[in-house]
Ligand binder design. Structure first.
Ligand code: ADP
Length: 481
């Protein structure tokens, strides 16, 4: 059995008031890797009260002081890179090298927002009368409730916490129940960085009670959420009660388009990165691959070769490229999508089975899979799969493929490959997506850019200077001389 950890409320490490706990399992082995408090509304309310108390002083600190605190935190994260990455592998299953990459990525937000803390500018606006002046100031919203997913146990936490703290907000974080250990370890680093008590609190547990308290407690002025569109809608309804501000980073269903003028080798490399990172468990993963008929055969044969090189295994095995899915339901969903596609006429080019043989039989592993002749009616073309399945469709015309690409309620990330400059500009303008990768399979890693979705993929942006705005109120002062 793994270590027993506590929650972090008001600068102290505490159990849930009820004494309830829950186990965290390793998705590669099924073993328990930790036990954490299963907090309820009462615990959450204490955390919110602590954050509200801390807000009265933290919000008045200088940007320079907040910068210094965040830089201390950044340095601690980098100094503890290996042990943070090990914790991620234990509870999430991703390959260790990917976990190390996540630490760099997650830490990059802390450093970026540390610097941005000093650049929270207002403005002056010309007044309508000679004896008046108008000054616009920016102030932190207040206590933030943050809810994060399990697919990036550190980076989704740092992306929210560092922006909130940089503005002078305080925070109560509820990490995903599958991956709370990394968040709690990060909490220990926040303590070592000497963030004042109550500025950042972490409550672990099942989501319903904690979520309800965060939405109904009037001291919580802002909810920031990353997760499924269904839960996002639920939170948005809840936030309506107090007209809480809310940012949502929800599901995606990314089209990945390869035009006839694309560099096919580059596109193949991009296709596998966009699909198989994190075993396909990212909201930015490619979900529909549209390849021009003229380059289709070349693309598929190179893709097969490339995907055939992947090794599936335990994240601690240095030869592993693709780890397990997070839990049994995740494998069931992937299986459902593949079965539905095949029943409706898709061809299996590669893979298509869950892995049940030793030594992986206790984990949630699924073969990297390529499906051909996928149509828009199939479940896989409409719902986010969140698994290592790459569905292919051939197309002929630019207009046709743009219509296919936009034909979804989602609008987070889109990718396309072309060597034609005019097409690069015009297609990117027509795609209804918040992030567009043009000959680029990794557009979402830029901490300095505003990441977020259109349509049902979300509200608001994270990262960049726009990410700070989500935690700021705008107030104008009208002064008569
Ligand atoms: P996924 O399906 O990818 O697990 P979820 O949206 O269920 O995505 O989970 C993302 C985060 O939302 C997790 O921290 C989870 O605990 C939380 N969550 C799930 N249901 C609720 C809820 N009813 N209220 C608040 N948070 C929730």
């Amino acid at each position: 059995m793994g270590s027993e950890l506590k929650c972090y409320i008001n600068g102290a490490w505490v159990n849930a008031n009820s004494g309830a706990t829950m186990s965290v399992l390793n998705p590669s082995t099924g073993e328990t890797v930790g036990v954490v408090p299963d907090c309820n509304a009462e615990d959450t309310s204490r955390a919110v009260a602590a954050a509200a108390e801390a807000f009265s002083t933290w919000s008045k600190t200088t940007g320079r002081a907040r910068r210094d605190a965040l830089v201390r935190l950044y340095n601690l994260v980098m100094a503890n890179k290996e042990s943070l990455a090990e914790t991620i592998v234990k509870e999430n299953g991703k390959p260790f090298k990917e976990a190390l990459g996540e630490i760099d990525y997650g830490a990059s937000y802390i450093l970026w927002y540390a610097e941005e803390a000093q650049r929270i500018y207002g403005e002056t606006i010309p007044a309508l009368a000679e004896n008046k002046r108008i000054i616009v100031i920016k102030q932190p919203i207040g206590v933030v409730g943050a809810i994060t997913p399990w697919n990036y146990p550190l980076a989704m936490v740092t992306r929210k916490i560092s922006a909130a703290l940089a503005t002078g907000c305080t925070i109560v974080l509820k990490p995903a129940e599958d991956t709370p250990l990394t968040a709690l370890m990060f909490g220990q680093l926040m303590e070592q960085a000497e963030l004042p008590r109550g500025v950042a609190n972490i409550v672990t547990g099942q989501p319903d009670d904690i979520g309800k308290e965060l939405m109904t407690n009037p001291l919580v002025r802002k909810i920031t959420f990353t997760g499924s569109t269904d839960v996002g809608k639920l939170l948005m309804r809840g936030a309506a009660e107090h007209v809480q501000k809310i940012s949502l980073e929800l599901g995606g269903h990314a089209p990945f388009i390869v035009f006839d003028d694309a560099d096919v080798d580059l596109a193949v490399e991009g296709a596998v990165v966009a699909k198989f990172k994190n075993a396909g468990q990212a909201c930015v993963c490619g979900n529909r691959y549209y390849v021009h008929r003229q380059v289709y055969a070349d693309f598929v044969s190179k893709l097969k070769k490339r995907v055939g090189m992947f090794r599936v295994g335990d994240g601690f095995d240095s030869t592993t490229d693709i780890g397990p899915l997070i839990n049994r339901e995740a494998v069931n969903k992937v299986e459902r999508h593949v079965t539905d596609a095949v029943e409706h006429g898709a061809q299996l080019v590669m893979g298509g089975q869950r892995i049940t043989c030793a030594p992986l039989q206790h984990g949630h592993f699924y073969e990297p899979t390529i499906l051909d002749q996928v149509t828009p009616q199939m479940l896989i073309s409409r719902e986010e799969t969140f698994g290592p399945i790459l569905p292919l469709t051939a197309f002929d015309e630019e207009d046709e493929v743009i219509e296919l690409a936009n034909n979804t309620p989602y609008g987070l990330t889109a990718y396309f490959y072309t060597t034609n400059l005019s097409r690069a500009i015009s297609v990117s303008e027509r795609l209804e997506y918040g992030v567009v990768g043009i000959n680029d399979s990794g557009p979402a890693v830029a901490y300095s850019a505003p990441f977020g979705g259109m349509k049902q993929s979300g509200l608001g942006r994270e990262g960049g200077r726009q990410g700070l705005e989500e935690f700021l109120e705008t107030k104008y002062l009208s002064i008569q001389l």
